[in-house]
Ligand binder design. Structure first.
Ligand SMILES: Cc1cc2nc3c(=O)[nH]c(=O)nc-3n(C[C@H](O)[C@H](O)[C@H](O)COP(=O)(O)OP(=O)(O)OC[C@H]3O[C@@H](n4cnc5c(N)ncnc54)[C@H](O)[C@@H]3O)c2cc1C
Length: 441
């Protein structure tokens, strides 16, 4: 445990120690499974099928019946997150188990099923994982053990976490980040100032991972990731909550940092490593990747799987509807125009899943994304989700356009997959650069 952890009483100390030990065990499981290279196969193991069916059951029985209500309320569905925590679906041990699968397929399977249930609630459950991915990818072993359990809390006292990279003037262009982190030698603290925009779970989380510029002259190479716990740090506050087109059960808000002071050890990877990285950058030497991009690269296939879940929900609903609805004395599915549309919907969904599973397998088995396969999977799945959900509205006709039927919600939810974690244009730019080796702008 870090010396920076503040512990109030022995009971709290025991809980923190147990959580830390469990997190360390989970990290060990992931690390040891990383050495077992898995061949790519679409044949799911019994374990994977069991997890898929278990998550599907939760999505069908708990999420779906509540989806419309939480979309209308536009609030974080805390009772649903708590239900997920109680059964082990929300929490670091669950996430570590999904992630530890050496085939890489369990994580996209879980995401597809959850987002099939409902995307807004799915994001309320999975939004924390972006902060977790940043801590896991960039933190020291000690930081992972300390902060990841705190991202989730406990089933009795669930918490969420936020990853804050975007700013009002730095969305696609992360190098434009203006939030600064300056080290105050006198107090041995970091001082953060700036405004973060559109942060999922921003302001309602305890753990916020903040991307800030330590050295402006270095652009994105001068960025670092900091853990800012709202329960400890002064000077971090929630700004305006965003009212959205879709994913309305997921909280999105601005986050302000106003002379926000945190201990030296709260920079992910540690200050010593950061200083070395900055020195290398100043000498013009290459570092692996910057703090935001490393998190986004790792999460793209998982985000693609979420889009896939929404697309599949819309396709299944439209197929059932078309087999029931009669016009001109026959089922509307008997018209080729409808049946061929459904055939293409299924085809596009399956094609997206192949790309998502390939990228997930590559990511898990450390096969380099030479042709930006992670971006390909997210781009394709996002576009397919938007197209399939729009076609589903068309197949339901007037009913599809009303809030009495879920497909209009599916469509509103799907659109964000063309935008966040790299817009469709940015994904194409990443792919174009990878295949050409040229600096396409
Ligand atoms: C619901 C929601 C949740 C979010 N959650 C988070 C979060 O948790 N954490 C976080 O950090 N951020 C989050 N975001 C922010 C999100 O990642 C950004 O909105 C996204 O990166 C796009 O940035 P932007 O909105 O500033 O668009 P801009 O970058 O301004 O882009 C506007 C348009 O210009 C295009 N464009 C920009 N540059 C180029 C170029 N070079 N070539 C071609 N076209 C270009 C874009 O593709 C887009 O179509 C969230 C956003 C939303 C809406």
């Amino acid at each position: 445990m870090s010396s920076t952890t503040s512990v109030a009483n022995p009971e709290e100390l025991r809980e923190v120690t147990e959580a830390t030990e469990a997190a360390e065990a989970a990290v060990d499981a992931i690390t040891s499974s990383a050495n077992k290279e898995a061949a790519f196969s679409m044949a799911l193991s019994q374990d994977q099928k069991d997890i898929r069916d278990w998550v599907h059951g939760f999505a069908a029985d708990v999420m779906r019946p509540a989806a419309h209500e939480w979309d209308e309320k536009e609030q974080t569905p805390w009772p649903i997150i708590q239900e997920a925590a109680k059964i082990g679906l929300y929490g670091f041990e669950g996430l570590a188990q999904f992630f530890a699968d050496p085939t890489g397929l369990t994580l996209p399977i879980v995401n597809e099923e959850l987002f099939w249930g409902d995307a807004g609630m799915g994001m309320a459950i999975m939004g924390t994982s972006l902060a977790v991915a940043a801590i896991f990818g960039q933190g020291t072993g000690e930081q992972i053990g300390e902060w990841i359990p705190r991202c989730f809390g406990t089933p009795e006292d669930v918490k969420v976490a936020a990853f804050c990279s975007s700013e009002p003037n730095a969305g696609s262009d992360v190098s434009a980040i203006r939030t600064t982190a300056k080290f105050d030698e006198a107090s041995g603290e970091w001082v953060l100032n700036g405004q973060k925009a559109w942060a999922t779970n921003g302001g309602i989380s305890d753990v916020h991972v903040i991307i800030a510029s330590v050295d402006r002259e270095l652009g994105a190479r001068g960025h670092a990731a900091f853990v800012v716990p709202m329960s400890e740090a002064k000077g971090i506050s929630q700004g305006a909550k965003v009212s959205k087109h879709g994913l309305r059960a997921s909280h999105t808000a601005d986050v302000y940092l106003d002379d926000c002071r945190i201990p030296a050890g709260y920079v992910l990877g540690g200050k010593e490593k950061l200083d070395e990285r900055l020195a290398r950058a100043k000498e013009g030497k290459k570092n692996k990747s910057n703090a935001s991009m490393a998190t986004f690269e790792a999460s793209r296939p998982t985000v693609g799987a979420q889009a896939l879940g929404i697309a599949r929900a819309a396709y299944e609903y439209a197929l059932d509807y078309a087999k029931e609805r009669e016009q001109f004395g026959k089922k509307i599915v008997e018209n080729q125009a409808i049946a061929f549309t459904l055939a293409r919907m299924k085809l596009e969904i399956d094609a997206s899943r192949l790309l998502v599973w390939r990228a997930s397998w590559m990511g898990r088995n450390q096969v380099p994304f030479e042709n930006a396969e992670g971006s390909m999977s997210k781009l394709k799945a996002g576009e397919v989700a938007v197209w399939v959900t729009e076609r589903a509205i068309q197949i339901l006709g007037g009913n599809g356009y009303t809030r009495e039927f879920p497909v209009e919600r599916f469509h509103r939810d799907a659109k964000i997959y063309d935008i966040f974690e790299g817009t469709a244009e940015i994904q194409q730019m990443v792919i174009a650069r990878a295949i050409s080796g040229m600096h396409i702008r």
